[in-house]
Design a binder for this molecule. Structure first.
Ligand SMILES: [Zn+2]
Length: 231
């Protein structure tokens, strides 16, 4: 390894740590990247994470998304909670080896923000204690479908599994349906509905008391109804 050597978009600038064989390299885009000589020589790394977001690397083949890798111009931006969420979500959609790939990219969820700037404009900085959530859990990461929510609300917003048609509704027998859910580690159960639809409507009445603004309704108001409510 030598200063000035070029690997793809990376130019080796200086030795960072001789013992660990780490070198600071400058990407064509201006970002700096710290990486080992062995990685460079093997061809595993040829650009910074911005220029090559699909690159898979790191321990156990899990994508390096912490951003600790890059320094220089990205440093300030990297401190933002929103930047961490952005990278984690993007990686889960793009990289088949990412731990969350099966629930994101693996089931067709796309990451449609073109840049961190676009993402940040939509959401702003991540409020403390909140995480990234998709409003429609089967929708993509895109404008209008993302928000910051407390973790419990994201769990509540998970997609409906199996052959369940409605949220919070479970069959107990023929013509016997219940509404059930957990909140704050407590299970709630409302019994005595004659049909799936009846229970689904009951959920829409009960759930807002427990989930507030994060309630996912089984029958969300249509656009004209929403407009009428806002008036
Ligand atoms: Zn780059």
């Amino acid at each position: 390894m030598k200063k000035g050597m070029v690997f793809g978009k990376l130019t080796v600038r200086y030795l960072n740590d001789a013992k660990r064989d780490t070198w600071a390299c400058k990407c064509e885009c201006g970002h700096y990247v710290n990486t080992t000589g062995r990685t460079l020589l093997s061809g595993n790394r040829t650009a910074c994470t911005t220029c090559d977001p699909e690159r898979v690397s790191g321990k156990f083949g899990i994508a390096v998304t912490t951003g600790n890798y890059c320094f220089g111009p990205r440093k300030e931006e990297n401190k933002l909670g929103a930047a961490k969420a952005f990278r984690a979500a993007r990686a889960a959609c793009l990289r088949p080896k990412h731990v969350n790939w099966p629930i994101c990219g693996g089931r067709g969820i796309e990451f449609r923000f073109k840049s961190f700037e676009e993402f940040f404009e939509e959401l702003g900085e991540r409020p403390k204690g909140k995480i990234l959530d998709r409003i429609d859990s089967n929708g993509h990461f895109e404008k209008g479908n993302v928000r910051w929510v407390p973790p419990w609300a994201a769990i509540h917003n998970r997609r409906i599994y199996g052959d369940h048609k409605y949220r919070g509704v479970y069959q107990q027998g023929k013509n016997h349906w219940i509404v059930a859910f957990t909140r704050n580690y407590k299970t709630y159960r409302f019994d005595g509905y004659r049909s799936e639809e009846e229970a689904a409507h009951a959920w829409d009445k009960i759930a807002p008391k427990y989930f507030g603004e994060y309630t996912n309704l089984n029958f969300p108001p249509t656009r004209p109804q929403r407009r009428a409510l806002a008036r």
